[in-house]
Design a protein around this ligand. Sequence first.
Ligand code: ADP
Ligand code: MG
Length: 321
Amino acid sequence: MKEKELINEFFIPFHDRNYSKDVHKGIGDDAAVVSVGDKLLAVSVDTMTEGIHFYPGIDPEDLGYRSVAAAISDMAAMSATPKYVTLSLSIQSIDNKWMEKFIKGVKACIVQCDCYLVGGDTVKGALSIGVQVIGICESQPIYRSGAKENDLVAVTGFLGGAKTALPFLGRCDELSPDIKYVLQRYHRPSPRIDLAKKLNKYMNSAIDISDGLVSDIEHIAIQSRKKIVLIKESVPIDPKILALVTKETAAENALAGGDDYEVAFTFSREYLDKVNKIGIAANIPITVIGTVEKGLGVNVMSESGEVFDHNASQGFDHFII
Ligand code: ADP
Ligand code: MG
């Protein structure tokens, strides 16, 4: 069973009654959205486990940073402002030097994102980090289910960097600037919080790219009950990875790689100029990569109309690898 199927079978139908009316978005999006008093809060949790989400021997400072950044990225997908973080750490034994570095990384990301670590839990066990984030929705939260027919599909930043880093993880020899760059993309994601908040009023749907572009866009398509057509040549392959892998591998890493923590979103094409200007002002590329149409699911096509089998680009799934 795939991770998506597991969630669909056991968690989406978890409630055999309606949510109370203060639950604006329950299971199924990047974060839940609940109202408390007159405030809307976004809440999510992400877990990283040694050997699955990171490699044994990872620099603990990178591990701390990456665990928090990946969790905070779900707030960007909702256009929420991350605020409060709790962290659960399962670890086999305490090594002071390791802990100091881990905390340094956690702190760097918490400070960078203007959040507070307000609690957590520490247990003995296999190395694993769970990060819960609570954010404030200052504007309308954006859901996976909001894509409209004729919307344009866009993505922030460049894709494929984190996947391209995998063969170089843990290497301590002299590294070229390109290798250092992809390692940075893997270890130090930049949650697109500010950019997403600026784009908020133009977005109809959004998701963060954690598992892979095609796989994550499929969530928007299915939940919005639309077909999304992606144009392969439009996908913004990270230019720096072209020095490290072939063009084909680079394209595949950008389509299916995951771990880039960029935001994919759809918006009405009348706002194209405004969306472009926001990207230029933020100095972060925003690239139109496809369209929303009638139908269901994702099609990956070339500019010339050739259709690709996107099952080959399904991205990361914990229960398949
Ligand atoms: P993301 O990749 O954005 O973190 P996931 O694909 O992990 O999202 O999860 C999809 C949805 O399923 C989310 O709304 C998440 O809260 C929900 N979900 C996943 N696992 C569980 C679980 N064990 N219990 C309840 N909800 C879950
Ligand atoms: Mg997400």
